[in-house]
Design a protein around this ligand. Structure first.
Ligand SMILES: *Cc1c(COP(=O)(O)O)cnc(C)c1O
Length: 438
């Protein structure tokens, strides 16, 4: 059992006095599960240490980036050496070229442009798609998250194939008036949208495999269908691999479907793993589309810290170390944990479905599989909150929301996995008790 939380609680109180909700990204605040977020002081390998000295096996991994585990010695050495050479010059640098080459070698893109966050990557990809096609409408799926881009913080209007409404105060209707939000995995809805608005659609953007509503994999052939439908109508297919890229396989989600089925997206967005724990992201794609970007073409896009030498060095070192062995190890650890989590929930009588793509998975507290956002929303978030806190009490830091993927790293060794396995029965019983009391 983990111990005191006084130091975290004190920092949370100070944080709330100077920062909205005490956090710099909402999900960190534990609003969905209650309680005090643990303030982390340090991390090494698979383990986090909080400011009270408690240790946790990390199943968040910074929401995906830490593929090799925390404070990997070779990444640390490369970054430290890079810092000693100065941290930002505002000129082109060698690591940018090397990281771009590494990405082009793995992913279905001919050119890449670096930015500093996944949000910037999707925002820029959409601008480029509109600039390239000369069209203005964007299709997205409910439950797919692409960062906090105004036009993508949209919720479905009433009925299919109508234009979207702002998903949050602060987004004007004019920003979502050109966005259509469709149910995921729904071919008929996609066909209807293209039939009605095909000649206005600049692009369709989708998570390559949704992980931001819990893991909801594309049905077999769905991404191929999207790519082909876009091509038929002269729209661009934008595959958002910010979460899945270099994470679910060495070539991302595309390595699991497009590379096998023989299709390529027009544009791809990257982030998370490719920054190796630093703020780096990218968008890339077909050379003829990417050449429309400034300074080669007329579509404007820029960034003071884009391609920052420290961030690109961390990303490059991470990707070079992300060998087939790394993915095989993470896959095996994920299988062990998935199976044990399901077994313990079954024993405790808690309805659940485990969904996965590649090495990324999540546990839905629901009796039926989720193929879209409506299904995913049926997860029992009260049971998850009880489950989450029991795991935390037993030294495992799960994502503090029922709608997130669980992430592992190459550093999740037998001791870390065993700690998770030991915690699971307690958590399953806590979830069962929460359902009985509901
Ligand atoms: C995390 C994420 C983003 C946003 O990236 P940020 O770096 O948080 O701006 C975009 N798309 C997907 C699929 C993501 O998972």
């Amino acid at each position: 059992m983990t111990g005191r939380t006084d130091a975290s609680a004190a920092l949370f109180e100070r944080g709330r006095a100077v920062t909205p909700g005490g956090v710099n990204s909402p999900v960190r605040a534990f609003n969905a599960v209650g309680g005090t977020p643990r303030f982390i002081r340090s991390a090494a390998g698979a383990w986090l240490t909080d400011v009270d000295g408690n240790e946790y096996v990390d199943l968040i991994c910074s929401w995906g980036p830490m593929l090799l585990g925390h404070a990997h010695p070779e990444v640390q050495a490369a970054v430290t050496a890079a810092v000693a050479r100065g941290t930002s010059y505002g000129t082109p640098t060698e690591p940018e070229v090397e990281l771009a080459e590494e990405i082009v070698a793995r992913a279905p893109v001919e050119r890449v442009r670096f930015v500093s966050s996944g949000t910037e990557a999707t925002m820029s990809a959409i601008r480029l798609a509109r600039g390239f096609t000369g069209r203005d409408v964007v299709l997205k799926f409910a439950g797919c998250y692409h960062g906090h881009v105004d036009s993508l913080l949209a919720s479905a209007g009433s009925g299919l194939a109508t234009f979207a409404l702002p998903g949050t105060p602060g987004v004007p209707e004019s920003s979502t008036a050109l966005t259509m939000v469709l149910p995921y995995n729904d071919r008929a809805a996609v066909e209807k949208a293209f039939a009605e608005h095909g000649d206005r659609i600049a692009c369709l953007i989708t998570e390559a495999a949704p992980g931001n509503m819990g893991v909801v994999p594309p049905e077999p052939g769905f991404n191929q269908f999207l790519a082909e439908t876009c091509a038929k109508h002269g729209a661009l297919f934008v595959s958002d691999e910010v979460m899945t890229g270099f994470r679910v396989s060495r070539r991302g989600q595309w390595g699991l479907d497009g590379a096998v089925e023989g299709w390529t997206p027009d544009l791809v967005t990257f982030g998370k793993v490719m920054g190796g724990g630093f703020p780096a992201a990218a968008f890339g794609g077909r050379a003829d589309v990417m050449s429309r970007l400034a300074p080669e073409g007329p579509v404007y896009q820029a960034g003071t810290l884009s391609g920052n030498p420290i961030a690109t060095t961390a990303g490059l070192t991470t990707l070079r170390l992300a060998t087939d062995d790394v993915y095989a190890h993470i896959g095996a650890a994920a299988d062990t944990i998935k199976t044990a989590a399901a077994d313990e929930l079954s024993k405790a009588g808690v309805a659940h479905v485990v969904q996965a793509t590649g090495t990324m998975f999540s546990v839905f507290f629901s009796s039926t599989a989720a193929r879209d956002f409506d299904d995913a929303s049926r997860t029992d978030s009260k049971a998850y909150a009880a489950y989450f806190h029991a795991m935390l009490d037993h030294g495992v830091y799960l994502p503090p929301s029922a709608y997130e993927a669980w992430f592992l790293s190459a550093a999740h060794d037998d001791r870390a996995v065993q700690t998770v396995l030991d915690a699971l029965p307690h958590a399953a019983r806590a979830a069962a008790a929460a359902q009985e009391n509901a």
